[in-house]
Design a protein around this ligand. Structure first.
Ligand SMILES: [Zn+2]
Length: 128
């Protein structure tokens, strides 16, 4: 879910984002909700290069999903079947595999080959 409007970003077991980067007007990107799975789907006309840095926006309300003070990371809310909510924090850089599952200011899980990269700069006090 979007942390701002709490709209559901998931459709048919994919999560949909609006993304933009410098020199490109933007488009829609679909990611897998499975943490640690970095499969993505997008229009075939998009060509991304490794290390391209994207902004992620909520496709419903347009909210910038950037983590405050850490522009290389984005955040969404994951609501599990038992209604427990977590923040899922992930890298906005193409090719960087780094995802954190955070609740009550604690990292409850980290995923991806680059998971240790941002762990020390993540300000957990923002994720209650
Ligand atoms: Zn929203």
């Amino acid at each position: 879910m979007c942390p701002k409007c709490r709209g559901y970003l998931g459709v048919d077991n994919k999560v949909i984002f609006c993304i933009k980067t410098k020199g490109w007007e933007g488009g829609l990107l679909m990611l897998t909700p499975e943490l640690g799975d970095y499969t993505s789907l997008h229009h075939p006309s998009f060509s991304f290069k490794e290390n391209d840095d994207f902004d992620f926006y909520c496709p419903i309300c347009g909210y910038d999903l950037s983590v405050d003070g850490e522009k290389r990371l984005a955040k969404v809310i994951l609501k599990e079947d038992n209604d427990k909510e977590y923040y899922v924090i992930f890298s906005k850089i193409k090719g960087e595999q780094c995802t954190y599952k955070v609740a009550n200011q604690k990292v409850e899980g980290k995923f991806g080959k680059d998971a240790d990269k941002h762990i020390n700069v993540l300000n957990l006090s923002a994720f209650k």
